[in-house]
Design a protein around this ligand. Sequence first.
Ligand SMILES: O=C(CO)[C@H](O)[C@H](O)COP(=O)(O)O
Length: 285
Amino acid sequence: MAISYPQFIVSEKSPMEAKIIVPSSSSSASQASRSPPPPPSSSMSPVVLTQDELKKIAAYKAVEYVESNMVIGLGTGSTAKHAVDRIAELLNQGKLHNIIGVPTSKKTYEQAVSLGIPLSDLNSHPVVDLSIDGADEVDPFLNLVKGRGGSLLREKMVESSSKKFVVIVDESKMVEHLGGSGLAMPVEVVPYGDLAVAKSLQALFEDSGCVAKRRTLDLDGKVPFVTDNGNHIVELFFKKDIGDLNTASDKILRIPGVVEHGMFLGLATTVIVAGELGVRVKDKS
Ligand SMILES: O=C(CO)[C@H](O)[C@H](O)COP(=O)(O)O
């Protein structure tokens, strides 16, 4: 399914080679929509896209994987939001039929309800055909950090129940190793003793220069962020590589009070990366 946008065209010769080009005038825009776009030349200059436009490109590409009669895991965040919008658009246009969405957060539930997407949950649909969601970090092996939006537990439950999990990101999310962005790796913890759990988490990763902080809504750090499940989030910041990820995962999950962490190891089956040079589709090998 070819997608055309008002300002630019995504050429889909093959997903790996897809290029984003922008016509230099409105007349070339109408020509480009009738025939395959020519390669970039002096009259075709690369366009600088905003991060949100890149997110939208990745999201639209992912929705090409959606087929009628599927149960779809609906992700959370600004990238996943575009995918949910697009699914609703295709349902309204009659291009998709009989889709059942399984939302990964209250926010996505509300968005999907407002768009009229039929919804269900994991109890009624324990096997999901395909999930589409954003991520905060993606490493070269398609391992992820997720949950900076705070929805990691439901996301992991839905996405680990999915036959296919398509991750949609802009180029800025690609890292050499998880934790490498220097931004938070979230851990969902029960509210009771959350600061003590944060101390235990920090001690676990002392060698990686870890600093653990409770996520709060205020500058004084007194009002905890509360997840959809009534839990708190401890954020881990690393100065160095955390080493073997499965070992790190096991160690975190063994701390009493930890509910789940934001490392999604081996779950993604496809990652769609939108960047200034085009769209790359990376499949799990
Ligand atoms: O894991 C998530 C929410 O819990 C999001 O998918 C992740 O934070 C990416 O968000 P965005 O698409 O807004 O950059």
